[in-house]
Design a protein around this ligand. Structure first.
Ligand SMILES: *Cc1c(COP(=O)(O)O)cnc(C)c1O
Length: 377
């Protein structure tokens, strides 16, 4: 079964491979007994292996047990879940927040309940797959605007007349590393009385001193802005959150199916997220190091004639002319002990390799990546 379909994928160089490492997640990882410098992780600050995060996880594991046995509404969550929600709303400057089990379940669970019959969603064409799926699950009409194209968004939003209007965008686009023009988007939302829903998965812990994309763009967390983000990227943990006004969060916790019908995250994971936020609040040097590493890599790439596709963040794609070329470059780096994955359709339209740089990389790691890329061309 499915042999024919699989063969079609293979012919197009689109077979994906699950890659498993046998080491802790750090700036280097071991795959099949060989050590690689890892330029593929979204663990931007190296918090996944931070001793404070691990310590918090273990102590909560001892105190609250592991499994949670039920959803939040059936007492599956502990007081730690509430503490994390309070911490997130303080951090983001909103009235309230709610924890979700993953970014994927947040987007697919929230979008259908904030946009429904008669409403119109305006969605950037490069939004994350979980947003696309959230839009598909919503009974609202979805209109796609060209990537970061404000003229296009304005033209489209003018047309929709009845119902609620909801603009949805990634803050940092996960495969391109560019940033949504949030100030312009906010202006458009205000003039058209639209709600803004942002996915700050790659902004939280990275932009605006770690607070996220709104802080980066000097935008106040207005009640008509709903912010979603994850604990699974820069915070090195697992799970997601939505932050916004009291009523919005209350509405989501009463209606969102992925919140209501899913078992609560283990308290030890919540405890790790709490520790991670405390860490970045206490010490911004990690974020500074992330950005200086990013600058160093971009500087090194300058003379090498790669197209970084408008990257503005620690996500740095290098454009490839074809799927084959993307695979060739990724395999070359792999042979040299550097792991940078090739990204192909349907994840992206234009094939590329996707480098993510982190605070945990050393100068040597970055120098080696640059010199290896130099030898490839
Ligand atoms: C990773 C990601 C998600 C999904 O988050 P998970 O916690 O991994 O499910 C959602 N949105 C964006 C933009 C992401 O990059």
């Amino acid at each position: 079964m499915f042999a024919k379909e699989l063969n079609e994928l293979k012919k197009k160089d689109l077979i994906r491979q699950i890659i498993s490492h046998t080491s802790p997640l750090r700036s280097t990882i071991t795959i099949k007994g060989r050590k690689y410098i890892n330029f593929s992780t979204n663990d931007y600050l190296g918090l996944a292996s931070h001793p404070e995060v691990i310590k918090a996880l273990i102590s909560a594991l001892r105190k609250y047990a592991f499994g949670t046995g039920a959803s939040r509404l059936l007492a599956g969550g502990s007081i730690l879940h509430e503490m994390l929600e309070e911490q997130i709303s303080n951090f983001k400057g909103t009235e309230s927040a709610l924890v979700f089990n993953s970014g994927y379940s947040a987007n697919t669970g929230i979008i259908p309940v904030i946009a429904s019959d008669g409403d119109v969603i305006f969605s950037d064409e490069l939004n994350h797959a979980s947003i696309i799926d959230g839009c598909r699950l919503s009974t609202a009409r979805t209109v796609i605007y060209r990537h970061r194209d404000m003229t296009h968004l304005k033209a489209l939003i003018k047309k929709g007349r009845t119902g609620r209007k909801i603009v949805i965008t990634d803050t940092v686009f996960s495969m391109d590393g560019d940033i949504a023009p949030l100030s312009d988007i906010c202006d458009i939302c205000t003039s058209h009385d639209a709600i803004l829903y942002i996915d700050d998965a790659h902004g939280t812990g990275v932009l605006g001193n770690g607070i996220g994309a709104l802080a980066h763009s000097n935008i106040k967390p207005e009640p008509w802005i709903i912010q979603m983000g994850t604990f699974s990227k820069a915070l090195g943990s697992f799970g997601a959150f939505v932050a916004g006004s009291k009523d919005v969060i209350k509405w989501i916790s009463n209606t969102s199916r992925s919140f209501i019908f899913s078992t609560a995250l283990p308290s030890c994971i919540i405890s790790a997220s709490i520790a991670a936020i405390k860490l970045i609040k206490k010490d911004r040097t990690l974020i500074k190091r992330l950005w200086s590493n990013r600058e160093m890599l971009m500087e090194g790439l300058k003379g090498l004639h790669y197209d970084t596709m408008g990257s503005e963040t620690p996500i740095i794609p290098l454009r490839a002319d074809s799927i084959k070329d993307a695979l060739r470059l990724s395999r070359y780096l792999y042979k040299k002990g550097i792991y940078v994955p090739a990204i192909r359709p349907p994840s992206v339209r234009e094939p590329r390799i996707r480098i993510t740089v982190s605070a945990a990389h050393t100068e040597k790691h970055i120098e080696l990546l640059i010199s290896t890329l130099k030898r490839f061309r």
